[in-house]
Design a protein around this ligand. Structure first.
Ligand code: PHE
Length: 337
């Protein structure tokens, strides 16, 4: 047995390692599970008692020898590889750090805010995790309204003390404002909202809304129309607008507002499905029940509210075809704005 070990020791010493391939061959021949040294360890199991000590020692020495040879060559190859990669041309220009730009959604949001600021609207924010009262009940949603369903809403906590959900619209901020601010209220409420919807080019499970609320004595539908008309003229330029009757639990009457794009360009034709009209926002007179829920006297005060999707308007403004691009944070996309 000792003799076999010595022979293999000679083989190990004579094995010429000149490149990575021969290093690998060395490993396979001697060190791998089926290599010669492992085989010797198998044989070693059968060695009789009095020989065990000496054979074991010699065999261990062989293993250490082979290991060391393997490792020293491995390190050599690695460091020479690094050396190659270090041979760089230091005169080449560095990759410039890519700076971000203002996100198109923020750009559009700020533009909308600045238009409404000129006519006296302040800005208000609210929490993104809402209780059921602020997101639904106070806004006059019936107990069995489908929007309360798991289909549309991401509930974070359902328990007997109350349900909490990611807000499905910024209308919850209306309630928070009316609960704590004295009337008159004239405010704009931007924020991120969440709905349990399949993600596609046209809809995402989160997006951004901006909502407006005006409560005072003698606020009428004419004020709502004029305010929105002013906004459209500032943001889109002089355009025709129209109101279509609609339904929201928290406004009565309710309407959807369209702007006229026409059908001259292919894109306008596609966006308006050939009608020339494009829906921009939902709006209406605040339902008296909502005022009562916030301890505001509906006999004395009236108000209007409106809400629009910032993402949608951003897509319109810049001709973005896929909403997902807004959230991928690809610097090549973002740099265009
Ligand atoms: N909250 C409504 C929505 O999410 C929009 C809206 C706001 C409608 C205010 C009317 C008044 O679709």
């Amino acid at each position: 047995m000792i003799e076999t070990i010595k022979n293999i020791e000679i083989e190990v010493n004579n094995f010429e390692i000149i490149n990575e391939q021969s290093l690998e061959n060395f490993r396979l021949q001697f060190l791998s599970k089926k290599g010669k040294i492992s085989e010797l360890f198998e044989v070693f199991k059968t060695v009789s008692g009095e020989q065990k000590k000496e054979v074991g020692k010699t065999l261990n020495e062989l293993r250490i020898l082979a290991d060391e040879k393997f490792n020293s060559f491995k390190v050599n190859f690695q460091s020479s590889q690094n050396k190659n990669s270090q041979e760089m041309d230091y005169s080449l220009p560095v990759n410039a750090l890519q700076l971000g730009t203002e996100h198109p959604i923020n750009k559009v949001k700020n533009e909308i805010i600045s238009i409404f600021k000129t006519i006296g609207f302040s800005i208000a924010y609210g929490p993104e995790i809402e209780d059921e009262w602020h997101n639904f009940s106070s806004l006059n949603f019936a107990e069995n309204h489908p929007a309360r369903d798991m289909q549309d809403t991401f509930f974070v906590d359902k328990n007997p003390q109350g349900n909490f959900a990611l807000r499905t619209h910024t209308s919850s901020v209306q309630i928070r404002l009316m609960e704590k601010e004295p009337v008159p209220i004239r405010s704009l409420m931007p924020g991120r909202v969440y709905r349990n919807e399949a993600v596609s080019a046209r809809s995402n499970c989160f997006f951004h809304q901006i909502e407006g609320l005006y409560i005072d004595e003698n606020v009428s539908f004419a004020d709502l129309k004029q305010t929105l008309y002013y906004f459209v003229s500032q943001f889109f330029g002089e355009r025709e607008i129209r109101f279509r009757p609609s339904y929201f639990p928290f406004t009565e009457p309710s309407a959807e507002m369209d702007i006229f794009l026409g059908t001259e360009t292919e894109q306008d034709y596609r966006l308006t499905k050939g009608t020339g009209w494009l829906e921009i926002l939902g709006c209406g007179m605040v339902d008296p029940n909502v005022l009562i829920n916030c301890n505001i006297d509906p006999e004395k005060y009236t108000g209007f509210a409106f809400g629009m999707g910032i993402d949608r308007i951003t897509m319109l403004k810049y001709g973005i075809k896929d909403i997902r691009q807004l959230f991928e944070n690809d610097i090549r996309f973002l740099k265009q704005f």
